[in-house]
Design a protein around this ligand. Structure first.
Ligand code: AMP
Ligand code: FE
Ligand code: FE
Ligand code: ZN
Length: 284
């Protein structure tokens, strides 16, 4: 069984449509794939529609949250949400709020760039973005305009939090997110919680507090985690009785990682399925 529980499509900042994503997942030999676009479920139906025979689809999302960093200051945190009921009203309203935050934030960053003389058109960037506008869409516009050679370079030089054009957005407090996902029948898994190359990371004591209010699991095997990061997280998961996952965080050509390059153990996947009451997994 090969199981990849963290991937992005054009419904956020991936470059494969949901249909291409499930088709590539099957072609690469995966048995289970989760679609986890940032802050929305817009890709779910197209992924279901295009699901190839023999592939199991997990409908999910990666939610933009804010937690407490090791230094006691707020830090951005990504929380994977699996198999929740998309009709839950409170959770649905929060997704709408995050979507609006994303649009305002990307517009703000694009306007700062334009004011500084960079060839960036805020409306065109937003038009290219689909339902979840993000910095990768700005990065692609900068590459297309010849400002930087690659998406990675755009992040390093222009888009990072300490960079000249960064604009904050108001993400969901992590505790509220864990509770909303649980109420909607979903299972929450902290994504790449030790990914230091993205910046500061969440305090480990926050994970202990979240486990008490219903956090489901920790993503352990991830391209941005070192062996030492995995050891720390595995130890914590064992101590707290949390599910552990491994996934590629595939983004098509926006990143170099391949589908299925990191995977989840079947027993861990079964625990997610067993715990969820929102929507079922789908296979045909
Ligand atoms: P945003 O959601 O707008 O804050 O943008 C964050 C997204 O940018 C993440 O989900 C990643 O997909 C992507 N990202 C972050 N750092 C990099 C990087 N160095 N190279 C490519 N993509 C990145
Ligand atoms: Fe992303
Ligand atoms: Fe993430
Ligand atoms: Zn992701």
């Amino acid at each position: 069984m090969r199981i990849d529980l963290h991937t992005h499509s054009t419904a956020s900042d991936g470059t494969d449509t949901p249909a291409e994503l499930v088709s590539k997942a099957a072609a690469t030999g995966l048995d289970v794939v989760a679609i986890t676009d940032h802050d929305n479920t817009a890709g779910w139906d197209a992924a279901v529609e295009a699901l190839p025979d023999g592939l199991t689809l997990v409908r999910g999302m990666e939610m933009s949250c804010v937690g407490l960093g090791e230094d006691g200051l707020p830090v951005p945190v990504h929380l994977l949400a699996y198999l929740f009921d998309p009709g839950d009203e409170v959770f649905g309203r929060e997704r709408e709020r995050l979507r609006a935050e994303r649009i305002e934030r990307v517009r703000g960053m694009a306007e700062r760039m334009r004011a500084d003389g960079l060839p960036v058109d805020p409306d065109a960037v937003l038009a290219s973005a689909g339902p979840s506008a993000g910095r990768p869409h700005l990065a692609r516009a900068l590459v297309a305009a010849g400002v930087v050679p690659s998406v990675g370079a755009a992040f390093e030089e222009l888009l990072a939090p300490h960079g000249p054009y960064y604009v904050e957005k108001a993400d969901t407090p992590l505790r509220n997110a864990v509770e909303m996902i649980a109420t909607a029948g979903g299972v929450s898994v902290l994504a790449h919680a030790r990914a230091r190359k993205r910046g500061r990371v969440l305090a480990l004591r926050e994970v202990r507090d979240l486990a008490e209010i219903g956090l489901g699991g920790l993503e352990i095997a991830h391209p941005d985690h070192s062996d030492a990061d995995r050891d720390v997280l595995s130890g914590l998961a064992a101590e707290l009785g949390l599910i552990t996952t491994g996934s590629s965080d595939y983004h098509g050509t926006n990143k170099t990682i391949r589908l299925g390059e990191f995977t989840t153990e079947p027993e861990q996947f079964e625990q997610i399925v067993g715990k969820a009451t929102g929507v079922p997994v789908i296979n045909r």
